[in-house]
Design a protein around this ligand. Structure first.
Ligand code: GLA
Length: 713
């Protein structure tokens, strides 16, 4: 049971989750201080943690950068601040004055703590919020800042939270980096001394890194060891700054925004930071990931209980060349394959024949869809599939009617170049009129055409992010852009409760807990090469569950990499997430359609295990050995294992694959062969997967518990 308690004698607040504790107090200066984050403690034990009074090491040290709940720019502090404010008279130093606390345990399954403060002199109220839940060890934190004065002030940095790790002999950091078409590549390296900054300054979450971090003492493995991890629920620019101090401590601060942009706060105005969630786990990186997957399913996704349908997407099949007849023909093939959701990608609207024109003119191109989208939608529905459509509402091609009518709607500065990327400019979604325009055409489009699914794309980073006409625009827009984006999506969903949305930004440019709380799945990468995808999916799985990971089977040679791998391998890789097909079905041979249909049917049999099950990364992707992932239903009745082998060297050892997470006393039947195995053998000694010989071989294993036979049988 999650709980929050307070010991007046010691002044300690203790946040308890099922397996972890988090403790804090207010120090002599009034600042909120960190005491503990790790294994469970009693309130009495937490009182022992009160740190000894700081000893002045030298006149150059000041307050240590680790150990505060929200280090401010103020006093003798020299680490990375979480809160930096400029008051109306130019003063910057913030000084804490505690104003009380509230514990709220009214919401079933959750408990909340609010610690209230204000500045000792200036009109700024700061409330630190904490929330714990019964069903997860994830702790949610956010901060609320309110201007209680008569003059504006500026928030130069307003992070969601700072987190301090307990002392350990060493520290290591895990995070992902990448770029377009090579997102989510996992790095696990010694934590550098001093400061490590993970950030996006692009106005989107970015392909280049993802807003989460994992830290360990250098000794965790996939299956064992303590891991402290955190993730931000924010879809614009962001930063996480990890500090490793000279006295051997580690702490990090995370929040929205980037250096150089500040947030104006008008008199009476309040800013609520996005949530920064974090979890301590003691079961290796695998347990950390499983804690995140469960949290995303229980507390982030809007419809976690649904099974995601198998979709077809037209992009790699037809590119911009979409029309009614061609899409109807493809839809017929898709239906043969067992597809459940047919998605028409880019090219259906305005003068969009390539990426040079038409973006912003969101009506069906009359030469391609003479009677609008209606006949195609009807045909797709008639074939028993749902209908989905690609949109990119935040963008405009300069060669478009929209831009000709509203050149001032884009982000720009007077006297500055409007840099085009992919021949497009970014609409200023921070403007309420632009957001209202987008909401208007989107809600009509969905209602008028019976659209079931939108792939919401965003194909460039922000540049020349100006908002002429508003003196505070340049600062305001980074936050307001994201808030308006969220608001348009929220209103659309409210208007159309059956509508489902995929987040896409040229692949994985906008995947985070913020966007996932209002979308149903994510497109992790434009790279659909199954061989590359194994590593991308591995990095993605560190935080995000398989239920959110769309994965297409496309044609070979792959359009991006030129590599050819067998259809079965492509399917098996895509079956590790939300299976989809993106190949040109018009060119698939009857044999390929039949093999595809068989694998789609297999996926439908097991997708509840993949999409709702518990994931174990049995073997990480490395060049020679096969890599494998297992999914197990929460009741451990069924398990599904996927194994992929790259091009092995002759003589590469193929050690038996040890499964995990099975009911130890049970036996399991292999659905394909009928063979029955003891769980104790499968997990303790392993099995040898029946991988066909050759390069790019793959296999799957579906196990069902033999309920009526006991362990001793
Ligand atoms: C982006 C997406 C692709 C496709 C194209 C269309 O790159 O990530 O999947 O939708 O845009 O222009």
């Amino acid at each position: 049971m999650a709980a929050i308690s307070f010991a007046p004698a010691s002044g300690v607040w203790l946040l308890s989750t099922a397996r972890t504790s988090y403790a804090l107090r207010i120090d002599d200066t009034g600042a909120p201080c960190h005491l503990a984050w790790g294994p469970r403690l009693s309130l009495a034990a937490a009182a022992d943690l009160i740190p000894p009074p700081a000893v002045e090491v030298s006149s150059f040290e000041g307050r240590p950068p680790a150990g505060e709940e929200l280090p401010v720019d103020g006093g003798a502090r020299y680490g990375a601040p979480s809160l930096r404010v400029r008051f109306a008279d130019g003063t910057r130093a913030f000084e804490w004055e505690p104003m009380g606390h509230r514990i709220d345990e009214q919401t079933p399954g959750a408990a909340e703590l609010a610690l209230e403060f204000r500045d000792r002199h200036y009109p700024l109220a700061v409330t630190l919020h904490y929330r714990v839940h019964d069903d997860t060890d994830v702790i949610e934190r956010w901060t609320v800042l309110r201007n209680t004065g008569q003059q504006p002030l500026s928030l130069l940095r307003a992070d969601s939270a700072a987190w301090t790790l307990p002392p350990r002999d060493d520290y290591r950091i895990s995070h992902v980096t990448g770029q377009w078409s090579s997102e989510s590549l996992l790095h696990r390296e010694p934590l550098p001394h001093s400061e490590t900054v993970l950030t996006s300054r692009r106005g989107i979450t970015s392909h280049h890194t993802s807003p989460w971090v994992m830290l360990d003492a250098g000794d965790a493995t996939e299956d064992r060891g303590e891991v402290w991890s955190a993730a931000l629920a924010w879809s614009g620019s962001w930063h996480i700054i990890v500090q490793r101090t000279p006295d051997g401590r580690t702490a990090f601060t995370g929040g929205a925004g980037q250096d150089g942009a500040s947030l104006p706060l008008a008199p009476g105005e309040e800013y609520v930071t996005p949530c920064c969630a974090a979890v301590y786990t003691d079961g290796g990186f695998g347990a950390a990931s499983r804690a995140w997957h469960a949290y995303v399913m229980a507390h982030v996704l809007p419809h976690p209980d649904e099974l995601r349908p198998v979709l077809f997407n037209s992009w790699e099949a037809t590119g911009f060349d979409v029309d009614e007849a061609g899409q109807k023909a493809l839809a017929a093939r898709a239906a043969e394959l067992g597809i459940e959701l047919y998605v028409v990608d880019d090219g259906w609207f305005g003068a969009r024949r390539d990426d040079k024109a038409g973006l912003g003119d969101w009506s069906p191109a009359p030469d391609r869809f003479p009677a609008g989208l209606g006949p195609l939608v009807e045909e797709v529905h008639r074939l028993g599939m749902r209908f989905g459509l690609w949109v990119e509402p935040e963008m405009v091609n300069p060669d478009s009617d929209l831009y000709r009518a509203h050149p001032d709607w884009v982000l720009h500065y007077p006297h500055r170049t409007r840099t085009e990327l992919r021949n497009q400019l970014v609409l200023n979604f921070a403007r309420d009129d632009v957001a209202a325009w987008a909401y208007g055409w989107l809600t009509r489009l969905v209602a008028d055409n019976g659209i079931d699914f939108l792939k919401w794309d965003m194909n460039r980073a922000l540049s020349e992010a100006g908002w002429p006409g508003r003196t505070d625009g340049q600062d305001l827009l980074w936050t307001r852009y994201v808030h308006n984006l969220y608001d348009v999506i929220d209103r659309l969903r409210a208007d159309h409760p059956g509508l489902r949305i995929e987040t896409c930004s040229g692949g994985g440019g906008r995947i985070d807990l913020g966007i996932l709380s209002r979308t149903d799945q994510a497109w992790p990468s434009d790279n659909t090469d199954a061989a590359d995808r194994v590593s991308i999916q591995y990095g993605f799985s560190q935080i995000y569950p398989a239920r959110t990971m769309a994965a297409w089977v496309t044609d070979v040679p792959n359009q991006l990499t030129g590599r050819s791998v067998p259809l079965r391998y492509r399917f098996h890789v895509a079956m590790a997430g939300v299976l989809a097909v993106g190949g040109d079905l018009a060119c698939w041979t009857p044999k390929e359609i039949a093999q595809g249909a068989e694998l789609v049917a297999e996926y439908k049999e097991i997708r509840h295990i993949v999409q709702h099950g518990i994931q174990q990364r049995l073997r990480c992707p490395v060049d020679d050995a096969p890599s494998a992932v297992q999914y197990t239903t929460a009741d451990r009745r069924e398990a599904y294992v996927l194994v992929w082998q790259r091009a092995p060297r002759h003589g590469t050892p193929r050690p038996a694959l040890r499964l995990a997470g099975l009911d130890p006393a049970a036996r399991y039947r292999d659905v394909r062969t009928g063979a029955v195995h003891h769980a104790s053998v499968l997990t303790g000694y392993g099995i040898t997967p029946d991988l066909p010989c050759g390069d790019w071989s793959s296999t799957s294993l579906h196990l069902v518990r033999v309920d009526d036979e006991g362990a001793g049988a």
